[in-house]
Design a protein around this ligand. Sequence first.
Ligand SMILES: Cc1cc2nc3c(=O)[nH]c(=O)nc-3n(C[C@H](O)[C@H](O)[C@H](O)COP(=O)(O)OP(=O)(O)OC[C@H]3O[C@@H](n4cnc5c(N)ncnc54)[C@H](O)[C@@H]3O)c2cc1C
Length: 350
Amino acid sequence: MQFVSHSGKESSPFFFEKHDPRECSQTWQVERGAFDQMLFDNAAEKGAHCRDKTRVTNVLFDGEQASGVELALEDGCSKQVNARVVVDATGLSALLANRLNLKQEYEHLKKIAIWTYFENAERDPGPHGGATIILHTRRKDSWFWFIPLRDNITSVGVVGNRDYMLEGRESPETTFAEELELCEAMQRRLANASEVEKYRVAREFSYGTTKQSGDGWVLVGDAFGFIDPIYSSGVYFALKSGELAADAIVEGFAKDDLSAGQLGKWVADYASGTQWIHKLVNAYYTNEFSFGKFLKQHPHHIGHLTDLLIGRIFHESAGDIFDEMEPAMAEAEKMASSDAAATMDERDNT
Ligand SMILES: Cc1cc2nc3c(=O)[nH]c(=O)nc-3n(C[C@H](O)[C@H](O)[C@H](O)COP(=O)(O)OP(=O)(O)OC[C@H]3O[C@@H](n4cnc5c(N)ncnc54)[C@H](O)[C@@H]3O)c2cc1C
């Protein structure tokens, strides 16, 4: 993973493999359609009863207790299915969180993303050609991701504040093009590339939930909460929360306890790990703060930061970097605001 300024000034790459030379330190860039199909087929192979082209239209409750779901089948008929536990993994649709009013948007992270896929984008030569690259635009109002996939296809997207990306703009395509104008480093990479799919927009992301389990139900993945995609952590979090919830459910069946407490017994530990990524997201959006400068002053934190980017967040010292990083962020913001005040004073005095 590597961070690049609008003009092309590159941070030192974060080599996951060098930092921790095990297979699990590798990043896998996956095409979601193919990856999701693999998960679906694997679940069926392991004995799950999988239904494609079927929508859950409602979660059924018996008082406070979830008791099943209502389905809209492919042929247009509806059907009710009883279940001892309902796992909401509906992603950004967040079926239960919306129905039970559990969703809480993060006010400072009201972003949208516009993206498409390019053929023939210029990759870095050598073994780093497959790295995810994050590139700032000129005034840091938005940032691009550059994620190389197979067959010379690259996923390229731009993320910015919702108001900034929507107000006075013509269409998602023009917003993308206008932001590209502000990022020479990305222009260079796309100079000979062409779009191979239509542009897509994601508007509803970065939110938490006030409650993640109830009697007979539990939330996982994006239905549990979603944090900005800057560090590509979403699929890992979805898999991790799914695994933890599954363990709690299996244990609950064995104990005949499918209460909110049992189904959500993993949530506190999970939240205490994922908080580090939330903090890292906040650091990225603190424009006055420079990761590069900070790491130069505190080189012993490079390993800690790489650990966080790899996703090694569920251990006691995972957040050690923030002991020094948060004061550095506060200091950078303070200095920027006193510089701004001094400039205003100067202007008033002339
Ligand atoms: C702009 C953007 C860029 C991202 N980039 C990355 C990245 O680079 N790396 C990364 O790891 N993550 C990334 N993410 C995050 C990642 O996509 C999600 O965190 C991840 O897909 C969450 O998995 P999930 O299974 O919870 O939800 P999803 O993958 O969204 O899966 C939910 C599934 O539920 C289905 N569904 C929804 N409602 C119903 C219903 N009522 N009935 C039946 N089925 C339903 C949907 O069709 C879908 O198949 C990005 C997200 C966004 C918005």
